[in-house]
Write a protein that binds this ligand. Structure first.
Ligand code: MN
Ligand code: MN
Length: 315
């Protein structure tokens, strides 16, 4: 296979120029023939504190112009073997969270009619619930790798059951995920009580709090998760606030004592061989990202995820 879609090279067109697609890949309106569809979900009305993630897709795409198509450390060359395009943003309703979540679900139902792996750029974490609703309809209950400072398992927030902090309780209740193959990595910070975390552990979620990961390589943890999941279809959701705010300050609910970027890369690289059927990168909030480094880091994390998708060629 020799996919035709390639990012525009920085040697052909200056990096500060060109289309604002992910890595300056071609834009596609038609999904047929695509292996991977990258899309933006510019939503921030599911967030509980600082907003701004509506600007995430645009800024992550902008910073992704720095990326080159070959992963020097791993040898992955995703565009050698996968046909990848940016399919643009979903037309969410910025005045209605519930309508926006329905739009996301319906859009994913349409996307998944094609044999394509969707990679979403959020958006706050509320986008992941309708994505999982569509993905589970396709695949059944999914294994879930959830990298985040927060477990996002509140029952409700201000009486609302669908917010960025309630996603994985709803996913558990609706049987969208297999709780025994759900892994939450990077949890930390202050809570309202011990059961903020322990309740989900009782459902079967496997939780790896950040303080147990400090000063450690995450390669072994990643390999253990890969073995534990086996061939099951897996959805990967990456909340940028899993990283320490030193690396990723531009986010809505930062927590100190988080993962380092090398730890995140070790973890993601260990997922090579998993049957990843979809992924997202959420909670990048450009108004709080004065250096642009959070969006740049988010773009790199998406490239690392792309690099471990099934079928990726290695040089
Ligand atoms: Mn989250
Ligand atoms: Mn979070």
């Amino acid at each position: 296979m020799n996919p035709s879609n390639q990012p525009i090279s920085g040697n052909d067109l200056a990096r500060f120029s060109g289309p604002n697609t992910f890595m300056r890949l071609p834009h596609a309106g038609d999904l047929s023939g695509l292996d991977v569809a990258i899309l933006g979900i510019p939503l921030d009305i599911g967030t509980s504190c600082r907003s701004g993630t509506r600007f995430g897709p645009k800024q992550v795409r902008s910073e992704s112009a720095m990326l080159r198509p070959y992963n020097l450390a791993t040898g992955a060359a995703p565009f050698d073997s996968l046909q990848v395009a940016d399919i643009g943003d979903l037309a969410i309703n910025t005045f209605s969270l519930s309508k926006s979540l329905s739009i996301i679900k319906d859009s994913y139902d349409a996307i998944l009619k094609h044999d394509v792996t969707p990679l979403a750029i959020g958006g706050d974490h509320s986008i992941t619930l309708p994505i999982l609703r569509a993905m589970a309809r396709q695949h059944g209950p999914l294994a879930l790798i959830h990298i985040d400072a927060h477990a996002d398992v509140n029952d409700e927030m201000f009486g609302e059951r669908e917010t960025h902090g309630t996603v994985f309780r709803r996913a558990y209740e609706e049987e969208l995920i297999n709780p025994y193959k759900t892994y939450q990595i990077g949890l930390r910070g202050t809570g309202y009580g011990a059961d903020d975390f322990t309740e989900a552990a009782a459902w079967g979620f496997q939780q790896f709090p950040a303080h147990e990961l400090w000063h450690r390589s995450l390669a072994a943890l990643g390999a253990g998760i890969r073995t534990d999941i086996g061939d099951a279809p897996v959805y990967l959701t990456y909340d940028i606030d899993s990283l320490d705010p030193a690396y990723a300050p531009g986010t809505g609910t930062p927590e100190i004592g988080g993962l380092t970027t090398p730890q995140a890369m070790e973890l993601l690289r260990a997922f090579k061989g998993l049957n990843i059927v979809g992924a997202d990168l959420v909670e990048v909030s450009p108004p709080y990202d004065t250096s642009g480094n959070t969006a740049l880091t988010g773009a790199n994390i998406l490239f690392e995820i792309l690099s471990v998708l099934p079928g990726v060629a290695y040089r």
